[in-house]
Design a protein around this ligand. Sequence first.
Ligand code: F6R
Length: 608
Amino acid sequence: MCGIVASVTQRNVINILVKGIKKLEYRGYDSAGLAIINDQKNIMRIRCVGKVNELIKKVKEKNIFGNIGVAHTRWATHGKISKENTHPHISSNIVVVHNGIIENSSQLRNFLIKKGYIFYSETDTEVIAHLLHWEQNKKKEHLKTAIQKTIKQLYGNYSMVVIDQRSPSELIAVRSSSPLVIGLGSEENFVASDQIALLDVTKRFIYLEEDDIAIIKNREINIFNKRNTIIHRKEMYSNIQYNTVEKTGYRHYMEKEIYEQPESIRNTLKYRLQENNTVYFSELEKKEKKLLKNLENIQIVGCGTSYNAAMVAKYWFESLVNIPCHVEIASEFTSRKPAISKNTVLITLSQSGETADTLLALRYAKKLNYLGNLTICNMEGSSLVKESDLCLLTKSGIEIGVASTKSFTTQLTVLLMLVAQIAQIKKKTHIEKKIVQNLYMLPIRIENVLKKDQSIKIIADQICDKNNVLFVGKGELYPIAIEGALKLKEISYIHAEGYPAGELKHGPLALIDQNTPVIVIAPKNALWLKIQKNIHEIALRDGLIYIFSNYNDYHENNTFFIKLPYVEELIAPIFYTIPLQLLAYHVALNKNRNIDQPRNLAKSVTVE
Ligand code: F6R
């Protein structure tokens, strides 16, 4: 979603700003802009609808120069996609870029209009700029004091960076529920909503915490907490390799990330699988192990792909360690008052750790009667990680493609290891051993299935002109059908739905005709005979069937078989995800879609 980059330096700030927001493109946006204060202390602002490359062209034409500036990519929430609504927003000497939503902006707007302020945009950000200007000038306040007075009046989630023409050597960064990270340089400093934006210029970061206000100059940084006390925040060194944010020869980040999965899973498993077939999480100390020992129920919340991973985990927790597990979409969880069974642990699942719905679910759950909470997350330093009692990192590496791929399979990997950990605590060592042995095989199994790319491409060629596609599966492969459908719809824009195979006869069979491909995930397992019956039902209605399986015993008309290599049953959900990712990728490629940044979507969904 929206992205912020800002810097105060002794060189021209323009390159830092544009390179930074270019790196944030993957988050999704509709317009981009920047503003600097030049040597003559004038504010120079350039904005445009569309891609950062357009902005870069305009910046080159204007040939501007300055040592301090802010830049922003906007994903429209308040007001349409237009140049006027694009950040930065200005009120006289004040320049603001902002992520998040100010819920009481219309009341504040009315107040400011009465005070004589003129609005040029429909945004809540311009409200912040004018309010700040009003507070600064009412009693000739210092900028920090004016900001403190301003934010007391704002309701909502936001992070922002402010520059002031009157003190052009400092950036002020404010964090409230939306992430901001300070990048530390040599005689220059930076701020961004995501460290990826700054990897070109630094590896040293300080994550701001809730309600922090940072005053950032090129040689000095002061961070104030809510009580206006100077506070020390820990510096972190980023291990993200620069080439992990490059495409390294692949056509798209999504393709690269699909192919990275054996490696990502190896990283996820590293040091956590022991030679004696046990699992070991260094994150779990005595207290955390006690939490897992006492748990009697699990509630998982997440959104989108992360929710689909949770659905698979439900099958594992219940069948392998006999722990009842409830799974819910985060935004629905916060829309009701859940009844909580005794000794329930809440698990949040998220790649980014910044998804507003999931974060709000965690905060909501903290007020309820849970035994504790744990997050399974890919982003160290993210809000979910910071706010959870315990975190198990997925370690898949940065994921840039908007469509989640390696983060899904590594989430499942961690979830399965967590099941093994619970089995260990509950002395079900045979279960733990079986899981560990299967997980050892996982990277190789995935390497094998990735070799089927060309046969999947052939299927993609056949379905890319269809309007609807159904995906079906059974047991723990049913959520994989849902995930396959989600991947296809989000990057190809073909309507797709995932169903339990047995559910077709209760409605969706009405959709079956020769133009509606049905992708069936049907490995040879205990449910194979049952799913065969469902396949027969589709064939009788002239459905166009594509069966993904390791076992070919289908003689129906109009049925295509995609033979996949052998995989152990336990890890089949992870394995069968891969061909569906490849299918979605090739269909989208055929249709010439913007695969890494599908329309209307954002990588990190920081609004409710
Ligand atoms: C789909 C996709 C989204 C995310 C969802 C949650 O491919 O990427 O559905 O899974 O927005 O994001 P995280 O996992 O960051 O909380």
